[in-house]
Design a protein around this ligand. Structure first.
Ligand code: KG4
Ligand code: ZN
Length: 338
C-alpha cells in the first residue's frame, strides 16, 4: 500500500510517499529556517504563507521522486494535530482536497505518533511493544507504545519541553535559531563538569520532567555575568546545560523501563539528534542490556515520511476521516483534545 503523506505542523513543508509503513519511496522537505531566523523563532503567520506557497511543489516532487502518479497512490495522510493551527490547516486542506479529487481514503495522523513511527522506517524489525522517549520542540514524554495505535503516557513535562529549553539556552548564549543543534555543536568543545545546572526530579511522579528551572538558571547566570562584566566559557556553559537536561531525560527514561519491564527503548523527535543524549543512552543501554533504537539524523526532525509510516498503521486500525475533519493545535497522543 502506497501512502502520500503531508506534514506542515510547524516550519517544514514536507511531502513523502511511503510503502506499507516501512519503505520510503520519496521524502521531500522544504525547511523555512532561513525565513524565521531573523525573528529568532517561528512566526506562525509567515509559516502558514510559506506552506501555501510551497505545498504543491513539494507534493509534485514527492510523487515524481517516487515514480508515482496519483493513480498509484492508495491513500493520502496528513498531520492534523498538534502544531501551529494555520500551518496545520494548509497541509490538512491540501491533503483532503487531493483525497477527494482522486477518491482516496484520507488518514489523519498525530504528529508525535509520526515521530515515533520514524523508527519503523529505519528499523524493519521494530514492532510494539516498547518504551519511547519523545523529545521535540513542544513535547517531552515517556510513552508506553503498546501497539501501533495504542499508547499510554507514563511521564511528561510539567512546563517546558526539552527542545524549548535548548532553544532558550542557545538564545541567551547568542546562538542562531533553531538553537538546539548549535548548542549541541558548541557543547562538544566544552567541559560538562565546569558549570552545574539544576536537575529536577519529582518524588511523587518519578517519570515527569520540568525544564523551566534549568532555563531560568541559564538566563540568570548569563545575566549576572554581564552585570558583573565577568567572562565565561560559552562551550563549558553549553556543555553543563546540555548535561543537566540530557541526564534527567536518561535517568527518568531508564527508571521507567526498569519499573515497567521494557527491554526495547525508542527515542523520537527533534532532540533525538542531540549527540550527548545519544551517547548517554548508548552507554546506559549497553550496560543494562536494553535494545536501543535511535532515529537516523535524517529522520529526527520534522518530515512527511514518518507521517506516511504512522498513516499506514492508522489505516490498518480503521482510522480514516471524512472531509469534515478539522486540525487541532493541541491534542494528546491518545487522541484527546487538551
Ligand atoms: O521534532 P522537531 O523537529 O519539531 C517539533 O515537533 O517540535 O523538534 C525541534 C526541536 C527544536 O527545539 C530543536 O532545537 C531541537 O529539536 N533540536 C535539537 C537538536 N537538533 C534539533 N536539540 C538538541 N540537540 C540537537 N542536536
Ligand atoms: Zn516534530
Amino acid at each position: 500500500m502506497k501512502i502520500l503523506a503531508i506534514e506542515t505542523s510547524c516550519d517544514e513543508t514536507a511531502a513523502a510517499v511511503v510503502e506499507n509503513g516501512r519503505t520510503i519511496l520519496s521524502n521531500a522537505v522544504f525547511s523555512q529556517i532561513e525565513v524565521h531566523k531573523e525573528y529568532g523563532g517561528v512566526v506562525p503567520e509567515i509559516a502558514s504563507r510559506y506552506h501555501i506557497e510551497k505545498i504543491s511543489q513539494l507534493v509534485e516532487q514527492a510523487l515524481e521522486e517516487s515514480n508515482c502518479s496519483m493513480e498509484d497512490i492508495d491513500a493520502v495522510a496528513a498531520t492534523t494535530a498538534p502544531g501551529l493551527i494555520g500551518a496545520l490547516l494548509v497541509g490538512l486542506n491540501f491533503a483532503k482536497a487531493l483525497a477527494f479529487r482522486h477518491n482516496k481514503p484520507f488518514i489523519p495522523v498525530h504528529h508525535i505518533r509520526g515521530h515515533i513511527a520514524a523508527n519503523y522506517l529505519a528499523y524493519p524489525e521494530l514492532e510494539p511493544f516498547f518504551l519511547a522517549l519523545v523529545v521535540s520542540g513542544g513535547h517531552s514524554h515517556i510513552v508506553a507504545v503498546e501497539s501501533y495505535t495504542g499508547f499510554k503516557v507514563i511521564g511528561k513535562t510539567r512546563d517546558d519541553a526539552a527542545g524549548e529549553a535548548f532553544d532558550k539556552g542557545a538564545r541567551v548564549l547568542g546562538l542562531p535559531y533553531p538553537g538546539g543543534v548549535h548548542m549541541d555543536r558548541l557543547a562538544q568543545q566544552g567541559n560538562p563538569q565546569t558549570f552545574k545546572f539544576p536537575k529536577v526530579h519529582f518524588t511523587d511522579a518519578p517519570y515527569d520532567f520540568s525544564f523551566s528551572g534549568v532555563k531560568t538558571s541559564i538566563v540568570n547566570f548569563t545575566h549576572q555575568c554581564k552585570m558583573k562584566n565577568e567572562e565565561f566559557s560559552a562551550p563549558d556553559v553549553a556543555a553543563g546545560y546540555m548535561n543537566a537536561i540530557t541526564s534527567v531525560l536518561c535517568e527518568n527514561f531508564v527508571k521507567a523501563a526498569r519499573e515497567f519491564g521494557y527491554k526495547k527503548l525508542v527515542v523520537a523527535g527533534g532532540v533525538s539528534a542531540n549527540s550527548m543524549l545519544r551517547e548517554k543512552l548508548n552507554e546506559i543501554c549497553k550496560a543494562e542490556g536494553y535494545s536501543l533504537y535511535l532515529p537516523p539524523l535524517s529522520l529526527c526532525g520534522d518530515n512527511a515520511a514518518m507521517i506516511g509510516a504512522q498513516g499506514y498503521y492508522e489505516f490498518l486500525a480503521g482510522n480514516i476521516a471524512d472531509m469534515s475533519l478539522n486540525a487541532y493545535a493541541t491534542k494528546s497522543i491518545l487522541g484527546e483534545r487538551v
